[in-house]
Ligand binder design. Structure first.
Ligand SMILES: *Cc1c(COP(=O)(O)O)cnc(C)c1O
Length: 463
């Protein structure tokens, strides 16, 4: 129980909080506020007063100080969404923005975003055009599909395809593929949302062609195949591959939709990577419609790409949800530039592809360089081989051999908190109770900043 005098002191401090008008006239704040636009100064003063009030209410009885205004000005000058350095070793980290874009894609976004563009304007005809037009040709070339469409993300693409092609009808899916992708995206829920009726076949571990065949009836709208993405089925298992399912679909006159998720456009290189099916392989195997993400293994902007048979894509495009899920010009710009890199045979120019393809020797050399930079700042670390992940719900069994600097810390959790809270946030990870900085996703030119951040966050150092 707090003593009455304490709470009396608190109330007095709360009553004594300065007004914004008083602070604007306070001579000691003049140097801090000189040159700051008035609206921003007022916002900073409000933030500072609010913070002191919250502090007092929590029992911290430090009165209002000019340094509170300095801190508030710093907060306002720092965007909420800002770059971080990824020392987790996870290449497609959904929390960290998934795929970093190629410089070519960034440049294209800048050139399109800053002005007007022919986003929906056909320059030859001088009339309204389609916003997908810039990427349809590239997607056809790269996947072998007849036609293509782009929406906001792959979850949206799956919802749209199901709604357009199977609403009010039956969708047949294997029980081994009723996956939860993450962030609450569950295949059975999406089906329900789309208005399609889910028909589950097979068992968790085994589904055969006969299971699908006996479920097909007059109400069947789609045969659906879902990439397991983030989990693996091992042991006594059996599944129907997309070619076999497509053959069944053709025989019975039912289209096959494959939700491919990660959607690699070309085979990946890199140790520890299992062979991920490419989109082109699914098209060649006979899938009628395929959905995949723009910002997973493709390494482009967030997008949901739908490719497939022209007549089915036309039906999908005509559905009202297409408008609700449409992409922005910045997405089209980044996607076109990224797809061009694949068309030109330059997958190494796509950061995701390159980050996955790095050789262990390269990674070891980079970890040693980081170790050296840390040592220059008085921080000792050992370099060790570690295991990283692809991330983004792709290739859960892939064990990417990587290298890391492992720090000698008493309280790694506290240290990682400090590292995250620095001017340039660095995101590390804890493995077996130790603080690990995996160098796979760190660029050579970022190592100095990482070393500075570690030195600043070291326990005992001022923040
Ligand atoms: C990741 C994934 C999705 C969701 O993709 P987003 O682009 O994140 O919306 C859907 N289906 C599968 C199979 C996936 O792997």
């Amino acid at each position: 129980m707090g003593a009455p005098s304490n709470s009396g002191g608190k109330n007095a401090l709360l009553r004594g909080l300065p007004s914004i008008e008083q602070l604007l006239r306070r001579p000691s704040l003049e140097p801090l506020l000189a040159g700051v636009p008035r609206a921003r100064a007022v916002a900073a003063l409000r933030l500072a007063v609010d913070r002191v009030r919250a502090r007092l209410l929590q029992g911290d009885e430090r009165a209002f100080e000019d340094s509170d205004v300095r801190d508030a000005l710093t907060s306002l000058a720092t965007p909420n969404l800002r770059p971080v350095l990824n020392a987790t070793g996870v290449v497609l980290h959904t929390n960290l923005g998934r795929a970093p874009l190629a410089p070519e894609a960034v440049a294209r976004v800048v050139s399109i975003a800053r002005g007007y563009s022919n986003l929906e304007y056909d320059l030859d005809e001088g009339e309204r055009g389609s916003r997908y037009a810039p990427v349809i040709g590239l997607l056809r070339t790269l996947t072998g599909a007849e036609d293509a469409l782009v929406v906001n993300n792959c979850a949206g693409a799956a919802l749209l395809v199901l709604a357009a092609l199977a609403s009010g009808r039956e969708c047949i899916v294997s029980r081994g593929e009723l996956v939860e992708i993450g962030g609450g995206f569950r295949v059975p829920d999406v089906m329900r949302q789309s208005g399609a009726k889910l028909v589950e076949v097979g068992t968790t571990n085994r589904t055969r062609r006969a299971d699908y065949a006996s479920a097909v009836g007059p109400d069947t709208g789609l045969l659906v195949k879902v990439h397991r993405s983030n989990f693996a089925l091992v042991g006594f298992t059996e599944e129907v591959d997309v070619a076999e399912l497509a053959a069944l679909g053709r025989e019975r006159g039912v289209p096959v939709f494959q939700d491919l998720g990660s959607g690699a456009l070309v085979p990946l290189e890199g140790e520890g990577l299992t062979q991920e099916p490419t989109v082109a392989r699914s098209v060649a195997a006979g899938a009628d419609v395929i959905a995949f993400s723009g910002d997973k293994l493709l390494g482009g902007p967030q997008a949901g790409i739908v490719v497939g048979r022209a007549e089915l894509i036309a039906r999908v495009r005509a559905h009202p949800l297409t408008r609700a899920l449409r992409v922005d010009k910045m997405t089209v710009a980044a996607l076109e530039a990224t797809l061009e890199l694949y068309r030109d045979g330059r997958p190494h120019a796509v950061p995701t592809y390159r980050l996955l393809a790095q050789r262990p020797e390269e990674l070891r050399a980079r970890a040693l360089r980081l170790q050296g930079l840390l040592a220059e700042r008085g921080v000792s670390a050992r370099v060790e081989g570690v295991v990283g992940q692809v991330g983004g719900g792709a290739m859960p069994l892939a064990r990417l051999p990587s290298f890391a600097c492992i720090l000698n810390l008493e309280t790694p959790e506290t240290f990682l908190d400090c590292l995250r809270g620095g001017d340039v946030p660095v995101i590390g990870r804890i493995t077996d109770g130790e603080g690990v900085l995996d160098v796979r996703c760190l660029a050579e030119e970022e190592l100095n900043a990482v070393a500075d951040a570690v030195a600043a966050a070291r326990p005992g150092n001022p923040p």
